[in-house]
Design a binder for this molecule. Structure first.
Ligand SMILES: *Cc1c(COP(=O)(O)O)cnc(C)c1O
Length: 420
């Protein structure tokens, strides 16, 4: 069981709504920092362990700055994410550039920032060399294919578009070595939102084994093994948190058995968690606009898919709390919807909740990662503000809400006058 409670009283939430109209995402700084420290502590056995926060999960420079202060780097996969890192004061090997189907200008920017480049494909060695020049340190992304069973969001590794095959991995490092690259890392990401600690232990074992083989065969030394992200969070109250200690212990056992025993150490363990770091500590705060009673009961919120896509995209469960009605019986059943002209714009289907009335404050849990970030503007819907609950209880706006002017900014209405 994982408890779903709010970090704030009803009174405090009402006060915040007074200053910042709903909907908005609210992040809990204290909880995020405690969680970040727990991850670091779990891997403290590994000298040089570093987490590269996956910017795509929550691309807000304020959160990234807090995490950077804890020693985290960033994992970027686009030009915009690289620029966010740069503007947050993060450069060099504190940036892991894990992209795919990468355009030349992104490689150029990554090289300009001296980011560590994690190649997604063997052909990208030549492409990178041609467009941006080869760096002194390179990482390749391994797709273990049938060696590894997939999970729900990413699917079977063989079907995934990411990474080098095993043969390509050997060939790729050989090419890199021949081209004079002397520093090496390896990466894989085969799961998303995985709660089973053992899954990551198995993944580490696969990587450590391939590191041992490649090191021997090509006579190269690996500096780091990047286990990437994909560590899950319990969206549903019936789910349990991943056992971080068990995961780390398991990875260490494999590290000792394969890396240390073969004299390949020390190798730094890197991770690129996004969801795990901020996911549980973000809340989408919204109000009930309308209650509609037709063939079903619908509770229409002032938030919509533009603010949180996961339920519509993956049928994902997000827990919902009705502020001030936490102790009322959940004896009504609602589809909780947004206002988009898309019938899948529903935060919950057939959800048992206390009786709702317009004006009720509804909090959607676990929106701290892949929440705001996935938002889109379909139907002219606007993305909300992002607020941060500071450790001292203050609430600050770390991103303003979009306006209709933002939405219209790419259109040239003046040009209509001469357009016949
Ligand atoms: C999405 C992604 C991550 C982060 O995934 P989470 O599920 O948020 O931990 C890390 N690395 C890469 C390459 C990714 O694509």
């Amino acid at each position: 069981m994982s408890e779903k409670h709010l970090p704030l009283s009803k009174k405090k939430i009402e006060k915040i709504i007074n200053d910042f109209p709903t909907p908005f995402h609210l992040y809990d700084e204290k909880a995020i920092l405690e969680n970040a420290r727990a991850l670091k502590d779990a891997y403290a056995w590994n000298d040089g362990y570093k987490e590269f926060f996956a910017v795509k999960a929550t691309p807000n420079p304020y959160l990234i700055k807090l995490l950077h202060r804890e020693g985290f780097g960033v994992d970027c996969s686009s030009l915009a994410e690289l620029i966010i890192a740069e503007k947050t004061g993060i450069t060099g090997e504190e940036i892991m550039f894990s992209s795919n189907d990468t355009p030349a200008n992104e490689f150029i920017k990554a090289r300009e920032l001296n980011a560590t480049i994690n190649l997604d494909d063997i052909t990208h060695i030549a492409y990178l060399e041609k467009h941006a020049g080869l760096p002194g340190l390179i990482c390749c992304r391994y797709n273990p294919g049938p060696l590894k069973k997939g999970n729900f969001i990413i699917g079977h590794p063989e079907e995934a578009k990411y990474g080098f095959t095993r043969e390509q991995l050997f060939a790729g490092y050989k090419i890199c070595k021949e081209k004079g690259i002397k520093r090496f890392g390896i990466h894989t990401m085969v799961a998303s939102n995985e709660l089973n600690a053992n899954y990551f232990v198995e993944t580490a074992e696969i990587l450590f084994n391939v590191v041992a083989e490649i090191s021997q065969k090509l006579n190269i030394r690996f500096e780091f093994v990047n286990l990437s992200g994909g560590v899950g969070i319990p969206y549903h109250p019936d789910q349990k948190r991943i056992d971080l200690a068990a995961m780390s212990r398991g990875v260490k056992a494999k590290y000792d058995e394969i890396i240390v025993a073969n004299g390949l150490g020390p190798i730094k363990i890197y991770t690129e968690c996004g969801r795990y770091i901020t996911g549980p500590y973000g809340y989408l705060v919204s109000r009930v606009l309308h209650i509609k009673d037709t063939y079903k009961k619908f509770a229409g919120l002032d938030a919509c898919m533009a603010n949180l896509m996961r339920p519509a995209l993956y049928g994902a469960y997000h827990h919902i709390t009705v502020v001030g009605k936490e102790n009322k019986p959940s004896n009504f059943v609602y589809d909780v919807t947004g206002s988009l002209c898309e019938n899948n714009d529903k935060f919950a289907i057939d959800r048992a909740l206390p009786e709702l009335t317009p004006g009720d404050i509804v909090v959607i849990h676990d929106t701290g990662a892949h929440g705001y970030a996935m938002g889109f503007n379909y139907n002219g819907k606007l993305r909300s503000a992002e607020l941060l609950l500071r450790e001292n209880g203050d609430v600050v706006q770390i991103r303003r809400a979009e306006t209709v002017d933002d939405y219209l900014a790419t259109l040239d209405f003046a040009g209509l006058d001469s357009f016949r």
